[in-house]
Write a protein that binds this ligand. Structure first.
Ligand SMILES: Nc1ncnc2c1ncn2[C@@H]1O[C@H](COP(=O)(O)OP(=O)(O)O)[C@@H](O)[C@H]1O
Ligand SMILES: [Mg+2]
Length: 219
C-alpha cells in the first residue's frame, strides 16, 4: 500500500514545523509504521537534527533531504511511497515558492502549526488559501491547526482558538506547550520519545496524542 503523506506547513518560520514534523515521525514509528521524514526546507533543520546525535541513540527512522527538489518535490516523494507507510514532509516557510503547494497536492493531511501570536494567525490566513487551492485538485486533503508553544491560561490563546476555527479548519484537541524538552531533543539529535526526564515524558504524551488525532484523519 502506498504511504500516506502528512505535510507540516506554515508561512512563517519559527512556529515549530520542524519540531512537529520530526515528532510526528517519531510517534508513527513507535506505532510500528515505516516512517520517512522529508526535509523540504533549505534551512535543513531536520538533516542537522538527525546528524546531531552522538553514539547509537539517534533518530530511529529515515530522514531524507529533498530541499533541492523545488517544485519537482512531489516526483521525488513518489519514489518513496511504495516503501513507507507514513511520509511526513517538513515544508519550507514561504508559500510564494511552489514547494508547499505541490506537496499539498499529494498529501492526505496538512498540519498547520501556529503559536498564539497574532503574526502566526495572520500567516495562517494565507496558508488556508493555499490549502483550499490544493483541495480543488486533491479533494481528500484534510487540514488541521495545531497550537504549539501555548500557554493555555492566556486570554490570547482562547481568542486565537476561536479565530482559527473561523478560518475553516479544525484545531487539534492536543496542544503542545512550550517545553525545554523539545529544544533539548533537537540539540541531542533525539526526540522526546527517547528521553527520560519529566518534561520529556509529558512531551511524549502530547506527541502521541497529537499523532493519534492525525492518524484518525488518515484514510
Ligand atoms: N513546543 C515547543 N517548546 C519549546 N521550544 C519549541 C517548541 N516548538 C518549537 N520550539 C523551538 O522553537 C524553535 C523553532 O522551532 P522549529 O521547529 O525549528 O520551527 P520552524 O520549523 O517552523 O521554523 C526551535 O528552537 C525549537 O526547538
Ligand atoms: Mg523548520
Amino acid at each position: 500500500m502506498a504511504a500516506e503523506i502528512i505535510a507540516v506547513t506554515q508561512q512563517k518560520g519559527g512556529v515549530g514545523k520542524s519540531t512537529i514534523a520530526m515528532h510526528l515521525g517519531a510517534a508513527f514509528h513507535e506505532k510500528g509504521k515505516r516512517v520517512l521524514v522529508v526535509d523540504a526546507d533549505g534551512q535543513n533543520t531536520l538533516i542537522h537534527w538527525a546528524s546531531a546525535s552522538s553514539g547509537d541513540v539517534g533518530i530511529p527512522f529515515h530522514v531524507v533531504n529533498l530541499s533541492e527538489a523545488g517544485s519537482q518535490i512531489h516526483r521525488e516523494i513518489k519514489k518513496f511511497v511504495a516503501d513507507y507507510d507514513i511520509i511526513v514532509v517538513d515544508c519550507p516557510p514561504s508559500i510564494t515558492e511552489k514547494v508547499s503547494g505541490v506537496v499539498l497536492l499529494a498529501a492526505s493531511v496538512a498540519v498547520i502549526p501556529t503559536s498564539s501570536s497574532p503574526a502566526d494567525y495572520w500567516s495562517s490566513i494565507g496558508l488556508v488559501k493555499l490549502v483550499q487551492q490544493a483541495q480543488v485538485m486533491n479533494e481528500d486533503l484534510r487540514a488541521v491547526f495545531l497550537l504549539n508553544k501555548t500557554e493555555e491560561k492566556r486570554m490570547l490563546t482562547r481568542e486565537l482558538k476561536r479565530a482559527l476555527e473561523e478560518l475553516g479548519f479544525p484545531l487539534l484537541k492536543t496542544q503542545i506547550p512550550t517545553r525545554e524538552a523539545y529544544k533539548q531533543a533537537m540539540a541531542l539529535g533525539q526526540t522526546v520519545l527517547q528521553m527520560n526526564d519529566r518534561g520529556a515524558k509529558l512531551a511524549a504524551i502530547e506527541v502521541r496524542a497529537c499523532a493519534n488525532e492525525i492518524a484518525a484523519l488518515l484514510p
